[in-house]
Design a protein around this ligand. Structure first.
Ligand SMILES: Nc1ncnc2c1ncn2[C@@H]1O[C@H](COP(=O)(O)OP(=O)(O)OP(=O)(O)O)[C@@H](O)[C@H]1O
Ligand SMILES: O=P(O)(O)O[C@H]1[C@H](OP(=O)(O)O)[C@@H](OP(=O)(O)O)[C@@H](O)[C@@H](O)[C@@H]1OP(=O)(O)O
Ligand SMILES: [Mg+2]
Ligand SMILES: [Mg+2]
Length: 353
């Protein structure tokens, strides 16, 4: 794609820089944990099928050790062998791409209704498409006592890029626009985003993509991590606001880096309180609960921004399946508690039946 340059954002020392979505086998290192003095009986066996990048970021020693002390065992799934020959598992945790894997996990779930599959492949596919991912948010009718939650206006383009400028004019989409690949497939390319300042330059973009109105929000984004019924919100740095003057002076489409992905959070930064104030907890709880049910997912996060100059107008701009929990404070406790609750609810079901 021809584009007009890159928007660079200063990197801090704390950035882990590992947001490129690519596996690096050479960097693989064994995760070693020390054996506990008295072995805890196994209560739950969790089979996992994860990319190397995900294994490294998620299966940290602090998670594995805590899990083992609670009787939870993590076992790798060999994707080259039939799933039914492995285990038995109580839970299957997975984040791999491809139709073949989706089919495998779908079949396995149907044949093994007692195994909790986190999460169902069709629900994952739904949020991996940037059009369908926000449709459920747009349909929500949440009470507005704690603020309003909506999504930015967006259009989808699947074919002819030359028709984009005219279509954008016809639909009255306002500049600047964020161009995002339509499908998120875990690749670095699916996270390659552009900011477009003028309509003519939009013809340079490569469909399939969504064009989303950019919402000024003071450069801070709220990442809401969801693990079953638990939620945790962190502040992250985001793209700076675009003022009218800048918009009138600049033309072109500019690629920008994964600005909100770095583990360096904006939590400790000296920020304008109007910008940094977290959204009210009851609002986030309501939103997370509704989306968990509608999306049929237990493991995801939501990126929310608050429109600059408003007190309570929120936009959901992104939803991610099984995000980088390794960057979430206390994730090892929240995740292991979640797994044990799954086991308890299964046990209760058996008692009732
Ligand atoms: N509509 C918007 N208005 C303002 N800023 C936006 C908008 N959409 C995206 N951004 C900015 O671009 C960043 C990346 O966008 P988005 O989260 O949609 O991409 P992604 O590739 O799915 O990222 P992630 O790493 O969270 O999966 C956001 O964190 C935010 O800083
Ligand atoms: O690896 P990280 O810790 O950066 O986690 C990122 C995760 O990558 P991984 O699944 O390969 O781990 C991404 O998944 P894909 O869309 O690329 O599939 C996506 O969910 C990001 O939103 C996560 O960043 P976060 O939202 O938590 O900041
Ligand atoms: Mg995002
Ligand atoms: Mg995303």
């Amino acid at each position: 794609m021809r584009f007009d340059g890159e928007i660079s954002i200063a990197k801090t020392d704390e950035d882990d820089g590992d947001c490129d979505g690519e596996d690096k086998e050479s960097e693989f290192s064994l995760i070693r944990t020390s054996p506990p003095s008295t072995p805890t009986p196994t209560r739950l066996v969790v089979g996992y099928a994860l990319t190397l990048k995900k294994r490294q970021s998620f299966l940290q020693p602090k998670l594995l050790e805590l899990a083992r002390s609670k009787g939870i065992l993590f076992i790798p799934i060999d994707v080259k062998q039939p799933l039914s020959d492995q285990g038995p598992f109580d839970v299957v945790l997975h984040k791999l791409t491809g139709k073949e894997w989706s089919q495998t996990i779908e079949d396995y779930g149907q044949k093994n209704p007692d195994v909790t599959v986190l999460d169902p492949p069709d629900a994952i596919e739904h949020v991996n498409n940037r059009q369908s991912m926000l449709a459920d948010v747009a349909d929500l009718k949440l009470p507005e006592c704690y603020g309003r939650v909506t999504v930015p206006r967006q259009l989808v383009f699947t074919t002819d890029p030359l028709s984009i400028p005219e279509e954008v004019t016809k639909e009255g989409l306002k500049l600047p626009l964020v161009a995002k690949p339509l499908v998120v497939d875990g690749s670095a390319k699916s996270h390659e985003l552009f900011l477009a300042y003028d309509k003519v330059s939009l013809a340079k973009l490569e469909p399939p993509l969504v064009l989303q109105e950019f919402v000024n929000h003071g450069g801070v984004l709220f990442k809401v991590y969801i693990i079953g019924e638990s939620i945790k919100v962190v502040r992250r740095f985001s793209l700076p606001d675009v003022c009218k003057r800048e918009l009138s002076k600049i033309a072109g489409v500019f690629r920008f880096p994964r600005v909100s992905c770095a583990s360096a959070s904006a939590d400790g930064a000296d920020l304008d309180p109007n910008v940094s104030e977290l959204p009210p907890s009851p609002l986030l709880e309501m939103l997370a609960r509704e989306l968990r049910i509608r999306l049929g997912l237990q493991l995801f996060n939501i990126d929310i921004i608050r429109e600059y100059g408003t007190k309570d107008l929120y936009y959901v701009i992104d939803i991610n399946y099984f995000p980088g929990y390794g960057k979430m404070p206390e994730y090892e406790h929240i995740f292991t508690d979640f797994l044990l609750r799954l086991e308890q609810s299964k046990y209760k079901k058996v008692l009732v039946a």
